[in-house]
Design a protein around this ligand. Structure first.
Ligand SMILES: C=CC1=C(C)c2cc3[nH]c(cc4nc(cc5[nH]c(cc1n2)c(C)c5CCC(=O)O)C(CCC(=O)O)=C4C)c(C)c3C=C
Ligand SMILES: [Fe+2]
Ligand SMILES: [Fe+2]
Length: 346
């Protein structure tokens, strides 16, 4: 007698969100901060409105902050920021987006045939909501979210992950999610930075008297409220100094607003070094996985100017890890580890 099979489900009862036959796939979503669509005032205003309305970024009650943001900041800052963006904009667009896209390209195929790699931005395009949906639509039922911030900060790592979960909250059938932990003290990261710095310094025509590690700043109050970012930056600086065999000068850049931010500030550090007899430096930004406005304009252009105005004679900006071979090998190692159990070892 032939086996009795259960009746096929009528099409109306099939889950609508997935194709009828699902191949099991894994997604990796690289996320970074985001950037304006263009170096013009309108695009920058739109970007800053989204960015600076994020309660993880500005921790002032919206009822007080929104009038300041919309009434003052968005009427003054976009013009200045657009001018700065114009100085670093490339044929491929904003450096942050172009480099994140290049990292995505370099990681295609790195984790085997069943793993799709994609990228998204917390603010602006391509949005996290769009790319999480795209991975799901492509059949990924497991997604590793990789916020590309070595040091954890509520204003960067947490808000990127919040956006993923906000997107999932609207889905009846969610993919399983893992998130890449901060990697500020990971030997793979420290080694990659050290190798990249050593290679860059070896090519200079001068011997730096000091190496400055400039991290993005954060309000002092956020540290006091328990954010580990400052500790993560200090530990990266210490481990890297140990690995390089000489202590680094650690400082914090990109102060925003009137509140007290983390000390010491990169701009004042650069002005003070020549007074202390340190006139030859190399500077780099270990907290940024991709070069962007804050590194290319604030450090490599304005930082150099202020250092030289105060008597500095030799200044070298060392690029971020970006999509360099060293940087991609590091990302590959970190992500492979997080994919354990989801993907068969190569
Ligand atoms: C790498 C870590 C970052 C932390 C921590 C961070 C905190 C933080 N930033 C602002 C305000 C601004 N940041 C801006 C640009 C910007 N910030 C980061 C990274 C961190 N920010 C990146 C990668 C970028 C570059 C974006 C690009 O398009 O290239 C800007 C916009 C530019 C400008 O107008 O100056 C602002 C504003 C706050 C308030 C904050 C708080 C913890
Ligand atoms: Fe920032
Ligand atoms: Fe800035």
């Amino acid at each position: 007698m032939p086996p009795v099979l259960p009746p096929a489900l009528p099409p109306a009862l099939l889950p609508p969100e997935h194709p009828p036959v699902r191949l099991r796939k894994v997604g990796v979503l690289l996320t970074n901060l985001g950037t304006p669509d263009g170096p013009d005032v309108k695009s920058v205003k739109r970007y800053l409105l989204e960015f600076l309305s994020d309660k993880r970024v500005v921790e002032i009650p919206a009822i007080l902050w929104q009038p300041i943001l919309r009434g003052i900041i968005l009427n003054t800052r976009p013009a200045k920021s657009a001018e700065a963006y114009a100085q670093v904009w490339s044929d491929d667009g904003s450096p942050l987006a172009a480099i994140t896209k290049a990292q995505n390209t370099a990681l295609q195929g790195a984790f085997g045939p069943g793993v799709m790699v994609d990228w998204a931005m917390r603010y602006g395009k391509p949005s996290i909501a769009e790319r999480v949906q795209a991975l799901k639509d492509a059949g990924c039922d497991r997604i590793l979210i990789a916020p590309l911030y070595p040091q954890y900060c509520g204003a960067t790592t947490a808000t990127a992950n919040d956006k993923v979960f906000e997107t999932l909250a609207k889905m009846r059938w969610q993919p399983a999610i893992r998130t890449l932990p901060p990697y500020y003290d990971d030997p793979a990261y420290i080694d990659a930075l050290a190798e990249s710095i050593e290679a860059a310094v070896a090519k200079l025509d001068f011997e730096p008297q000091a190496i400055v590690a400039s991290f993005h700043g954060m309000p002092q109050r956020t540290l006091e409220l328990g954010d580990p970012y400052h500790c993560h930056c200090q530990k990266t600086g210490r481990l890297l100094g140990e690995r390089l065999g000489k202590p680094l000068v650690v400082s914090f850049q990109s102060r925003f607003g009137r509140a007290k931010w983390l000390d010491p500030a990169t701009d004042t550090t650069l002005e003070e070094l020549p007074e202390k007899g340190i006139t030859k430096i190399a500077i780099f930004a270990p907290g940024f996985s991709a070069d962007c406005l804050e590194t290319l304009e604030e450090l490599a252009i304005r930082g150099r100017e202020s250092f030289e105005e105060k008597g500095g004679t030799h200044f070298a900006y060392i690029p971020c890890l970006n999509d360099s071979d060293i940087g991609i090998a590091m990302l590959r190692a970190l992500l492979t580890r997080e994919l354990e159990g989801w993907v068969a070892p190569a």
